[in-house]
Design a protein around this ligand. Structure first.
Ligand code: GGG
Length: 351
């Protein structure tokens, strides 16, 4: 029996709703598989934990999470309780950094039955590889003076090692997809880091024969996702650009509630972490209408990561059959609850 040990962090807001729904789906997958079992350890880390203990996780939190095969996380942040930069740096970004989760893979495509702003939604099938550990998400800088003279300085950090690692991952993915990588740059306006980014992209591309490349400024690229989605296969982007681009991608998919992501550790020293793109959505907490698909698609990425691609494929096809038949939560124009959509997925998996 293959035993997969998951550290489960529902986190904040709708994370506490979509994570339990997704664990039911994972248990169903394990039953169908017959030779696989998930073992869950729950961690109540998040903003409520902060209010009680003064930190987003326990002092031995990283050590305990590190004993799992993977981390399965819901959402982090509730600005009514804890300032967002404290909650993000105290939990989500802490795990990304300390577990060296330097690559964030975010697939995006439009499911049948879901309305998209695109004329031809089937043209949109992309994979964004986001550098996940540095770039614009940096704590280097400071604030000086006060009142009208106050200034804030924020330094971005781009290392050749992390930049190249993200780019190489993008090229490897393109090799098993449609053979094209687009680099998201802004080297006309950002004087040091983005010309460096372009140079590393050229150097990396030279090592991957047969993959076509393009380089586009982030502003034009974001617009072109909407106007010419067929141009894109794999897109590699810095931390902030990748985050923004994947929100554009999520809007094209019909809702941010659908978008999944995997934070990958490539050196085998720590577990990888799987989390949907969406946040805690405090506005819909407790109403039972959160879209479970982002978290369940994230579970599919976890299955792939643990070598269960066939189960992953079955799960993706089942989710799409559910949306195609019109079982949709309100964020994508439907009237179904989270439980109804989840039960449809589970029921069809069991058929
Ligand atoms: N699903 C995890 C979550 O709550 N993400 C919200 C967020 O603000 N993420 C920022 C990021 O991915 O960098």
């Amino acid at each position: 029996m293959k035993n997969i040990k998951l550290a489960v962090i529902p986190g904040d807001g709708i994370g506490k709703e979509v994570v339990p729904a997704s664990l039911k789906v994972l248990d169903t997958i394990a039953d169908i598989h017959g030779g696989m079992k998930f073992e869950y350890e729950q961690f109540e880390y998040g903003c409520d934990y902060y209010l009680k203990h003064g930190s987003m996780m326990a002092p031995d939190g990283m050590e305990r999470l590190g004993q799992s095969d993977s981390v399965f996380l819901g959402a982090v942040g509730d600005a009514s309780k804890v300032p967002d930069h404290i909650s993000l740096w105290g939990l989500l970004l802490k795990i990304r950094r300390e577990f060296e989760l330097e690559i964030n893979v975010r697939p995006a495509k439009v499911f049948s039955g879901i309305r998209s702003p695109l004329v031809n939604p089937k043209d949109f099938d992309i994979m964004v590889v986001r550098e996940n550990s540095e770039g614009e998400y940096s704590s280097v800088g400071g604030r000086m003076y006060q009142g009208d003279d106050e200034i804030a300085i924020q330094n971005n950090v781009f290392s050749k090692r992390a930049t190249k690692q993200a780019m190489e991952h993008a090229f490897r993915l393109a090799g098993v997809r449609r053979g094209h990588v687009t680099s998201a740059t802004k080297s006309n306006g950002i004087f040091h880091s983005m010309p460096f980014w372009d140079e590393v992209f050229k150097e990396t591309a030279a090592g991957f024969e047969g993959i076509e490349t393009a380089s586009r400024h982030i502003d034009a690229l974001a617009a072109s996702f909407v106007t010419h989605p067929e141009r894109y296969d794999v897109v590699v982007a810095s931390n902030l650009f990748g985050d923004i681009l994947t929100d554009v991608g999520a809007a094209i998919m019909g809702s941010i509630g659908i978008a999944p992501s995997a934070n990958l550790n490539l050196n085998g020293r720590h577990p990888s972490m799987f989390e949907p793109v969406h946040g805690s959505a405090p506005d819909i907490v407790g109403r039972g209408i959160a879209n479970p698909i982002g978290q369940i698609w994230t579970a599919k990425m976890l299955l792939d990561h643990h070598g269960e691609e066939e189960m992953g494929r079955l799960l993706l096809e089942t989710m799409e059959s559910v949306t195609a038949d019109g079982f949709l939560t309100p964020d994508v124009g439907g009237t179904n609850t989270m439980d109804e959509v989840t039960e449809q997925i589970i029921g069809r998996l069991k058929r």
